[in-house]
Write a protein that binds this ligand. Sequence first.
Ligand code: G3I
Length: 464
Amino acid sequence: MNMKMTSRSLSRAALASTLLAAALGASLVLVTSADGAASTLGAAAAQSGRYFGAAVAAGKLGDSTYVNILNREFNMVTAENEMKWDATEPNPGQFSYGNGDRILNHAVSNGKRMRGHALLWYQQEPGWAQRMEGSGLRQAMMNHVTQVASHYKGKIYAWDVVNEAFADGGSGGRRDSNLQRTGNDWIEAAFRAARAADPGAKLCYNDYNTDGINAKSTGIYNMVRDFKSRGVPIDCVGFQSHLTNSAPGDYQANLQRFADLGVEVQITELDIAGSNMANAYGAVTRACMAVTRCAGITTWGIRDTDSWRGGENPLLFDGNGNKKAAYNNVLTALNAANPTTPTTPTTPTTPTTPTTPTTPTTPTTPNPGGCTASVSLNPWTGGFVATVKVTAGASALDGWRVTTVLPAGAAVTNAWSATNTGTTGTVTWANVDYNRSVAAGQSTEFGFQGTGNGQGITSTCAAS
Ligand code: G3I
């Protein structure tokens, strides 16, 4: 790549500043070399509107080498263990956020965002939950999701709402666990509870061995497609990417097929063992950069000595904190990305008052062209989430358009399952590919988040 200071690299730097400011709501110094290329992972990723993160352990925040690298290189943080169920609810109904908050505060006070990991996972359940089953467990699970997502409300960029719920091997089905045995709908129930508790967080499903097109990733793909078609609130899919030597040949194609469902894709726990790891890191980064909706990459730790894969040296920094060849390959790939924004990097909202989960429904308008649209609102002081239900009339829809009129002062900040034109006043919405077809009398949903007062949004629908 020609690294001379071209107008492209200048505009890239300008765009990066804008995106960073927009994404973080705070100033963050861009580290760029004389030729315009960024010289840290976070700044390089930000040039294309993406993030670069690391899993962080609270117990290492006193290690100056670790913290120096964290502060210099990364602009997204995941708590490695501290926000999991065993850490946050060690006894039923008794919540413990000390270490999670410690990591969050370090991230926020250093201008970084947080991924939340993980609300429900069959591992690292506290002992009391491991011993539960059935409706008692279901209730405990949903309470856990609600409490933890509420505690961190407005502060988390994306939550891994459910982690590792699919089985390995060829079945493409769910993994057996006490969570799964509470009923197959536990995953969607968890996503709904998380959305109600923190409407500003993106909600992800996260798993491993899903990095290529295989039975497991296809099972998850089918679940996401189903969720999107039924309006279950899912915004992103996390690909852990614990790899050895290389990524599957269809890694990018797999990310792309999920992105085509209308969700963001995120590489959430990247580490690569083996002698080819430096090349593989470059390939994984290039794959993410090539997928518009790939929002960012997180490595599972910082130095090789921090890795859960003891002795495999799968990270970007050696035990002394020196950059490895893999680091350079990642940085080069980040710097070579198109300076376009992959998604709208949303700043988590910080509502001032707790959500009152009322859902006043605005009147459904008469069918002007084969469909109707109705809006349900989940408002809070200063913002809202609107869910719009599109219902086909007597004939099936093959494409639809919804027009919403927002009250003065209200503005759309984030949307899912439809694309919008405009953000204030009259906003038009078009179907995405997977919800284009709606059978006669059937419905699909899309949603958006907004600032201001959303009460009184009106909607009309037309077939297109
Ligand atoms: O904190 C205790 C310590 O008090 C005790 O003395 C010590 C003795 O074993 O254990 C410590 O807890 C360990 C904890 O990590 C913190 O270091 C647990 O035993 C250990 O099981 C736990 O491992 C974590 C693992 O998840 C649990 O399955 C790893 O650190 C963490 O990196 C790993 O992360 C997972 C992701 O959440 C999901 N995807 C896979 C990934 C790798 O397994």
